[in-house]
Design a protein. Structure first.
Length: 335
């Protein structure tokens, strides 16, 4: 990646670690939970790295050297990079350690183009509402029937052996869950590669593409080995999230929502908020039908997620809006 300033390279590395570490909640969370103890870690890493390389290469080919699938057209590179430009990914890393599902789109993209903040927020809130409504209707009307056997067998399914004995954890569902993950992961990459590549030129040579793919591969490997990190608790606390059948349904529905939103507009949005809306609608739909959670428990569960997401959103927007004034006032030295 010749011609790039050292701060650009550091920014890309931090963004890659931050985005993969935080946004794994929404895409790989169900996969990591349901494959824990079932699929060898090296196979999980090889599978995810292969998928990532395929989507990166396809986007780079279709969009004339742009691996971000053309979603950074409205987010030009700044004329110079300084230490202040590293604050957004560092903030994401710190919030991830706290376990907050922060929107990397809000924090990273608005730091480069504050004028796009309104479009990002409004589109993300619409995405949350659509995901909540779709999940509430589908799980409340039909999908609760598939979840009911899982909950009935939860007493026997607390251990890996018991989980494997449940009807949704056979070899067929292991294959279906892997395919659903491939579908969802590809749709997520189309949306959120922009958050990672925002520090790099909008067209990359094949050498730079290969190096950036290697960085993402290392990050994915570390993520799988760690089991998802603190952010994974947002998924593990949900109903039957470790069940292969439940994880497959979540992935399929989330992938369909991302595809629909991508067709609606090329403007990036917070996929984190779409995922939180899906989980909230699912929990409400299942609680209405299966009565496995009381209103107090349900409110506490969803309220905790929204509180952490709200704190992350507030801090993200504050920091993103401060970036340009800090640079204009030369509070921090620019390169």
């Amino acid at each position: 990646m010749s011609g790039l300033s050292p701060l650009q390279l550091v920014g890309f590395l931090l963004a890659a670690v931050a985005v993969v570490g935080n946004d794994s909640l929404q895409t790989l969370g169900p996969y990591l939970s349901s494959n824990r103890g079932r699929t060898p870690i090296p196979l999980q890493i090889l599978y995810l790295v292969g998928l990532t390389a395929a989507v990166l290469g396809l986007g780079w080919w279709i969009h004339a050297g742009d691996p971000a699938w053309g979603r950074l057209a409205a987010f030009p590179l700044p004329e110079s990079f300084g230490w202040v430009d590293l604050l957004p990914p560092v903030a994401v890393l710190l919030l991830t350690r706290w376990g907050a599902p922060v929107s990397t789109s809000f924090l990273l993209l608005t730091a480069f183009a504050p004028a796009r903040l309104g479009a990002l927020v409004s589109r993300s809130l619409v995405g949350y509402g659509l995901a909540f409504a779709a999940a509430l209707l589908l799980y409340g009307a039909v999908l609760w029937l598939l979840e009911r056997p899982v909950l009935v067998g939860e007493g026997a399914g607390g251990s890996p052996a018991g989980q494997a004995a449940l009807p949704g954890n056979g070899p067929l569902w292991l294959v279906l869950q892997a395919l659903a993950t491939a579908w969802l992961w590809s749709q997520w990459l189309v949306h959120d590669l922009a958050n990672i590549y925002v520090y790099l030129p909008r067209q990359l040579g094949i050498g730079a593409l290969a190096l950036s793919a290697a960085v993402l591969a290392l990050g994915l490997g570390a993520l799988v080995i760690s089991g998802g990190g603190p952010i994974q608790q947002v998924v593990r606390g949900k109903t039957a999230s470790a069940d292969l059948r439940s994880a497959t349904l979540i992935d399929l529905l989330f992938g369909a929502l991302l595809l629909a939103l991508a067709r609606w507009s090329p403007t990036p949005l917070s996929t984190t908020w779409v995922f939180l809306g899906l989980l909230a609608g699912r929990e409400c739909g299942l609680a209405l039908r299966l009565r496995h959670r009381g209103l107090g428990e349900l409110g506490a569960l969803l309220g905790t997620d929204l509180f952490k997401a709200g704190v992350g959103l507030g801090l993200s927007l504050t920091l993103a809006l401060l970036i340009q004034p800090l640079k204009a006032l030369s509070v921090l030295p620019l390169s």
